[in-house]
Design a protein around this ligand. Structure first.
Ligand code: SF4
Length: 461
């Protein structure tokens, strides 16, 4: 994959607000139905886990804390024995198909050998134990999912895709079989190219099926998802398997898939916004040597249906403080909607994994005749607030820590965390994404003159 040189990258101090990456358990336990997540660390994480996922804690979630005590930290207690006791209880109470240990800052600092203990206990208890180091020392928020998925790639079965050297040259062109039962569903097409395509990234099942359907429309069948709904259904990986990410924060998973499982990565922009979704599908089609059909019309139809929101957004300016790594894709989508993006803060920027997305961002700026935003890696929130005072953007995408203070200083805000949980992928969800962005702008008209409404973030029910 080519690395793209964009001169406007900057790097600051990394003094910014974000969620701890262990928060990924809140959505991953719901996605992988037969899993159990065990967060190993001190009380701080317990408090965080109790407050961040809200009411779900009352629904007997399949996650828990293995709370370290004085004795654990000073090594008076035996780590393996303690974990064995807890995992045995989890096994008896919940009988999960897999236990995922989430390492935290504490386990890093006291050098608890989770990777060493896991295989021993796995044998003893007869239940797979996956270790993911989702700690706040190394990662931010959504990267927690990245560490968990990267750890899971090692548990995927080996694909038995056997091809000769000659075939390997034409891998993409090979296999035309599997005529779909209701093959006139999508018009003239009646063949489904049986591709070894695995998509990675955790999305709600409805969104995952929508993306499956999009690729089916192009005659590409998706052979599996990482993560799968059930641990037992993890997709087969190996040589000859193509993989494509649906989220920009999965660079570690992508690297592991390529280097350790010898999969072929399709480097594509991410399916966020109609422009991103089209580019994403086109890239997949090109990997399999297929000509995409009807995508252009489909994209323009979606844009037309968004016209009421585009009217609100055109010409408005926006500032991303940066905390969840979705920023580049969202900025690109919003520039295409006619907005001016002043700054894109981002916790971590993998230029190789995001190369196609960055290229699309650059092209979108050229097309829309908008300036290229300043991209700030590891931002410094204090300096960002100063810059915001100067620039006075119409909207700031920010965490909860800064939202109300900025509102009180006359800058409209949108909570960044909502983009992580809302359904924003694919053609059909473009409207939902814009619904989120435009909400504070639409409410501007509703507020009483001279009185800032600090509860603008309240979600409509
Ligand atoms: S960032 Fe580290 S110290 Fe903070 S809650 Fe997460 S794991 Fe614990």
């Amino acid at each position: 994959m080519k690395t793209l040189e964009i001169p406007t990258f900057e790097c600051e101090t990394g003094n910014y607000h974000t969620f701890c990456p262990i928060s990924c358990v809140a959505w991953l336990y719901q996605k992988i139905e037969d899993s159990f997540f065990l967060v190993v660390g001190t009380k701080t994480r317990g408090y965080f886990l109790q407050s961040a996922p809200g009411v779900t804690i009352f629904a007997e979630p399949r996650y828990a804390m293995a709370e370290s005590e004085e004795g654990d930290i000073s090594a008076q207690l035996n780590d393996q024995k303690e974990l064995e006791r807890i995992c045995l209880r989890v096994k008896n109470d919940r009988n999960p198909s897999v236990i995922i240990w989430i390492g935290t800052c504490t386990t890093e600092i006291i050098k608890m050998d989770l990777e060493g203990i896991a295989p021993k206990l796995e044998k003893q208890l007869g239940i797979p134990i996956v270790v993911a180091r989702a700690n706040g020392l190394d990662y931010a928020f959504t990267q927690g999912e990245d560490t968990a998925l990267a750890a899971m790639t090692h548990r995927c079965p080996e694909s038995n895709h056997r091809i000769t050297d000659q075939e390997e040259v034409n891998t993409a062109k090979v296999i035309l079989v599997d005529t779909a039962p209701n093959n006139n569903l999508f018009g003239q097409k009646n063949k489904l190219t049986k591709c070894n395509l695995v998509l990675f990234g955790s999305l709600p099942s409805s969104v995952a099926s929508q993306l499956n359907l999009e690729s089916r429309r192009q005659s590409v069948s998706v052979s599996g998802w990482l993560p799968s709904q059930k641990y037992a259904d993890l997709p087969a990986l190996g040589k000859g398997v193509y993989v494509c990410g649906v989220n920009p924060f999965l660079s570690r998973t992508a690297t592991t898939l390529m280097r350790r499982r010898r999969c072929q990565l399709i480097g594509a922009p991410f399916p966020i916004g109609p422009d991103g979704t089209r580019a994403w599908i086109e890239k997949i089609c090109s990997a399999f040597d297929l000509k995409p059909e009807g995508l252009e019309e489909r994209e323009s139809r979606i844009w037309k249906s968004l016209s009421d929101y585009l009217e609100i957004l055109t010409g408005k300016s926006i500032f991303f403080m940066g905390d969840n790594l979705l920023e580049i894709s969202l900025a690109r989508f919003l520039i295409r909607c006619g907005m001016v993006v002043y700054e894109v803060g981002i916790p971590y920027m993998d230029r190789r994994y995001q190369a196609a997305e960055l290229l699309l961002l650059q092209r979108t700026c050229e097309k829309m005749k908008k300036p290229m935003p300043r991209i700030v890696e590891k931002p410094d929130n204090y300096s960002q607030v100063q810059r915001m005072h100067e620039l006075q953007p119409d909207l700031a995408i920010t965490g909860m820590a800064h939202a109300n203070p900025l509102e009180a200083r006359n800058i409209d805000t949108k909570w960044s965390v909502e983009f992580t949980f809302a359904q924003i992928h694919g053609f059909v969800n473009a409207r939902d994404a814009l619904e989120l962005v435009t909400r504070p702008l639409r409410r501007k008209g509703d507020s009483i003159p001279g009185c800032r409404n600090l509860s603008k973030q309240t979600v409509n029910v």
